[in-house]
Design a protein around this ligand. Sequence first.
Ligand SMILES: [Zn+2]
Length: 129
Amino acid sequence: MVAASLLVTFFLGYNKCMRTPAGKECRFYYQDFHRGRSEQVCRLVEASPQSAAWQPKDCATCPVPEILQANGNPDLVLEGVIHKGFLGLNRRMEVRAFCSKHMIDVPQPQVGCPQCARERPNLESLFGG
Ligand SMILES: [Zn+2]
């Protein structure tokens, strides 16, 4: 029984979004401070070889948690690249979004893919004439 409940706790914990150093939930952020380890990773940046190395402070200005909150579309693929800027003064995270269903760029990731929005049945098409 104890082992089973530990297992459940483990899976629940594993699937949960972690809180970033900026205090927002983000499914790309991962940290492990167990057993003397001190590991903090942004998986979004890690997947972009052209990005500058991620630092925990980058979470403070990153728009990704808001995008994930506003847009639950599983077809939305995000790409994050950190630009250091001139002398590190304009350091920022650039987020690009892509729809894996329609194979098009999504100009406003918060709003989502315009083609997906068109396909989604809305009240007008259900009740309109
Ligand atoms: Zn789409």
